[in-house]
Design a protein around this ligand. Structure first.
Ligand code: SAH
Ligand code: SF4
Length: 367
């Protein structure tokens, strides 16, 4: 494996600089960008309209390498999961959930998560570090490589991207924003901002920041309607309680009836699943362009919650519909390969500080 950095994940500005550094004109950067993000090129030599001189110069400085794959599993329901290994040996998971001809890619923003929500497997992982923008984008590239989803046209197999894998995206704001800019760039991956969703457990100041910076959809992991319970399920609630969280949602600039905020609500037997909880949830969401997604709890080895019974989940959903709020139940996908919501956890171990410095170099994602 080459020790050169990969071009994948460089921002457009960084690519322009890289091209200028080898004495080439800016339009050459545009060509490279197109080959990388519209065609998924893996070799500089495959870039037909790129001059030999430029491709040789780039080869000396960069690769087009993706991270290594430690694991690639396909569930009986078609869901696919990749465990990617980055240069420092850390790993993160990416999941593709097919829906007919297309599907949603669920990507990670961190290795592990600092937030220790009591029902989530990722929160039990001791090591946490932010993923670089390059590592976030590499997940999209690897998925599209495997799915044969190049060149990118209007009909992408990966049609939607959700930041619902490992980690809390709003605690890795700069890199997540940088990655979103690359995803939305019209000359490259060209995802519509309506098809990219950031899910957060409620880092309130960063919700305001996100709203100001990029036009993506927002999902909130609510899971409880009272602060005393939410403090236990989603401990960041102690810092940013429900009222503050919902105020940030009211002010989210992209929230309209055509573009609702998704409230995720994990169904935990005997904990948060009563009719009274449903009523209170409907009351709390009054005045917010909201839809609710009920997530049957996905157990993981050692978890001590149970999933609500099916008829309880249906009754809860009916109550929400009666109150005028759409609340479908999310069908669990990829359970047999531990790819469902909240089951992601890698075995990455603590790394040395010196390694951390290394991985912050842009584009350095090869395993
Ligand atoms: N950190 C972000 C995004 C990743 S989690 C967040 O919390 O929003 C994606 C979703 O899966 C969140 O709504 C999370 O609360 C939910 N989840 C976590 N563990 C789960 C489990 N065991 N069963 C079902 N959903 C779970
Ligand atoms: Fe982190 Fe989200 Fe899991 Fe909570 S639910 S521990 S915020 S990944």
């Amino acid at each position: 494996m080459s020790s050169l950095p990969s071009l994948i994940g460089l921002t457009k500005d960084q690519l322009y600089t890289a091209v200028a550094d080898v004495g080439e004109k800016p339009f050459r950067a545009k060509q490279l960008w197109h080959w990388v993000y519209c065609h998924g090129a893996k070799e500089f030599d495959a870039m037909q309209n790129v001059s030999k001189v430029l491709s040789e110069a780039m080869k000396e400085r960069y690769t087009l390498q993706r991270p290594g794959k430690t694991l690639h599993q396909i569930s009986s329901d078609g869901t696919q999961k990749w465990l990617l290994k980055f240069t420092d040996g850390n790993e993160a998971e990416t999941v593709f959930i097919p829906e007919g001809e297309r599907g949603t890619l669920c990507i990670s923003s961190q290795v592990g998560c600092t937030l220790t929500c009591s029902f989530c497997h990722t929160g039990t992982q001791p090591l946490v570090r932010n993923l670089t923008a390059a590592e976030i984008i590499a997940q999209v590239m690897v998925a599209r490589d495997t799915l044969g989803d190049w060149p990118s046209g209007d009909k992408k197999m990966v049609s939607n991207i959700v930041f619902m894998g490992m980690g809390e995206p709003l605690l890795n704001m700069d890199n997540v924003i940088e990655a979103i800019h690359i995803m939305l760039d019209a000359d490259g991956l060209a995802f519509s901002s309506r098809r990219v969703t950031v899910s957060t457990s409620g880092v309130v100041p960063m919700i305001y920041e996100l709203g100001k910076t990029v036009k993506v959809n927002l999902a909130i992991s609510l899971h409880a309607v009272r602060d005393d319970l939410r403090d236990v399920l989603v401990p960041i609630n102690k810092r940013y309680p429900i009222a503050e969280l919902l105020e940030a949602c009211r002010q989210y600039p992209r929230a309209t009836n055509a573009r609702r905020i998704m409230f995720e609500y994990v169904m935990l037997k005997g904990i948060n699943d009563s009719n009274a909880d449903a009523q209170e949830l409907a009351r709390l969401l009054q005045g917010i362009p909201a839809k609710v997604n009920l997530i049957p709890f996905n157990p993981w080895p050692g978890s001590h919650y149970e999933c609500s019974d099916w008829d309880r989940i249906e009754q809860f959903s009916d109550r929400m519909f009666d109150a005028g709020i759409s609340a479908p139940v999310r069908r669990p996908r990829g359970r047999d390969i531990l790819a469902a919501c909240g089951q992601l956890k890698s075995e990455s171990q603590k790394q040395r500080k010196s390694q951390l410095v290394q991985i912050t170099e842009p584009g350095n994602i090869a395993a």
